[in-house]
Design a protein around this ligand. Structure first.
Ligand SMILES: Cc1ncc(COP(=O)(O)O)c(C=O)c1O
Length: 404
């Protein structure tokens, strides 16, 4: 199958995708709008302007029993060594405030960095919050290709900075030219998820380097949350280029989303400011005790990522057979284009005990649903449910206007 042709057809058939060049200025957001919320009464405590401005974000976490292909988590389990480490934690251990530094040294060694270049965080979400606090002031801008990970904008909306959104090109290709054009003296932070969510698309190292080079006055975050399913990294540039920052998470391949563990890697000079912005105890001692065990179990990580990569191939082949348009992914999820029946599809999957995530509200993603890839066995279950759900909602390639 010719995948790009399929994607391009999806675009041409009017699934709501926009070309950056068709909207030359519209992505330059105006000053942040107040996000109304309830009107505070004059006699009760008043929320700050920053909090009133913040975008609300409530992930659909209720009742997640079944096969969870909705949040891009590890769908199986963490390493058994992590469970052993948990079992060794004593009551006395929990009485002490957590100490990040010894574990940061292990993580730094693992990444080939200096400990001064590594900061453990309460998930990458906290890392994003810290970056927004560290770099975004009034009169500055966060530059984002969209669609992308929601939390960049959520945390930026709690600062007085503007958010400048650059829409992806056809087929969700990275809008490199438009993003380079959008770099301004006010640009203080650029966030690029590589691979990106929800699209699974990637940006080549030389293109990332063009962005980094064009914005020496901005911190460029390369969010490598899905690194283990892709394999390319910019970590080797930490400290060699003064504005490169890399984030990694333990929520995906390592299966530790519940423990909340992320890592920020940055030049020491920048890290100085981030250490000032972060809460000193935001990574708890249980998570810290488990992290070293997780890092040591290479074998488990290789097994799980091997399962996902094989399953991703199986899943994409099944989509080809079903003639369901999708964007080939380098992450542990695939974005599929269901079209106008996306809600019925998500509901039908749920009745089969398979949870998937409707991404229709993301910019340019009308009709799109994101499906996490788990082990091969789980993916077969997902494929069976998908085929049944498509049949139940009466989806057909011809009817949807998308030909394979
Ligand atoms: C691109 C990206 N970055 C960061 C995160 C959040 O990671 P964490 O669980 O470490 O906060 C996610 C989670 O889905 C993600 O997709």
């Amino acid at each position: 199958m010719n995948k790009p042709t399929l994607q391009d057809r999806a675009v041409l058939k009017g699934h709501g995708f926009t070309r950056a060049e068709e909207q030359p200025e519209s992505y330059r957001a105006s000053a942040p709008e107040a996000n109304a919320g309830p009107e505070p009464s004059s006699t009760s405590p008043q929320p700050s302007a920053a909090v009133r401005r913040m975008k609300e974000y409530h992930p659909p976490l209720g009742d997640r029993s079944g096969l969870r292909l909705d949040f891009n988590e590890n769908t199986f389990a963490c390493s058994p060594r992590v469970l052993d480490a948990l079992g060794r934690i004593s009551g006395g251990d929990l009485t002490r405030y957590p100490e990040r530094e010894p574990v940061e040294r292990s993580v730094a060694r693992h990444l080939g960095l200096d400990p001064a270049q590594v900061l453990l965080t309460n998930g990458v979400d906290e890392a994003i919050h810290v970056l927004c606090q560290t770099y975004l002031d009034a009169g500055t801008e966060l530059l984002l290709p969209v669609p992308t990970y929601t939390m960049y904008e959520v945390y930026a909306s709690g600062t007085p900075a503007r958010v400048v959104r650059v829409p992806a090109e056809n087929g969700f290709r990275f809008p490199l030219g438009a993003l380079l054009n959008a770099i301004a003296p006010a640009t203080r932070l650029i966030a690029i998820a590589n691979p990106n969510s929800p699209t699974g698309q990637t940006l080549a190292r030389e293109d990332l380097l063009r962005v980094i080079d064009a914005a020496p006055h901005a911190a460029v975050l390369v969010d490598e949350a899905y690194f283990h399913f892709f394999g390319e990294t910019m970590v080797d540039l930490i400290g060699r280029l003064p504005n490169v920052i890399v984030a990694r998470t333990f929520s995906k391949a390592y299966g530790l989303a519940g423990l909340r563990l992320g890592v920020l890697c940055a030049p020491e000079e920048q890290m100085h400011w981030m250490r000032r912005a972060i809460s000193p105890y935001s990574v708890n001692s249980v998570a810290l005790a488990c992290l070293t065990a997780a890092l040591e179990d290479e074998e488990y990580l290789l097994w799980y990522t091997g399962e996902v990569l094989a399953a991703r191939g199986d899943f994409e082949s099944a989509l080809d057979r079903l003639r369901l348009p999708y964007w080939p992914s380098q992450a542990n999820f695939v974005l599929v284009n269901i079209g106008s029946r996306h809600r019925e599809f998500v509901h039908s999957m749920r009745t089969r005990n398979v949870l998937v995530r409707d991404r229709s509200a993301d910019p340019g993603c009308d009709g799109c649903v994101r499906i996490t890839i788990g082990t091969r066995e789980q993916t077969q279950q997902g494929i069976a449910a998908l085929a049944e759900s498509l049949a139940e909602i009466g989806w057909s390639a011809a009817q949807s206007g998308v030909e394979a």
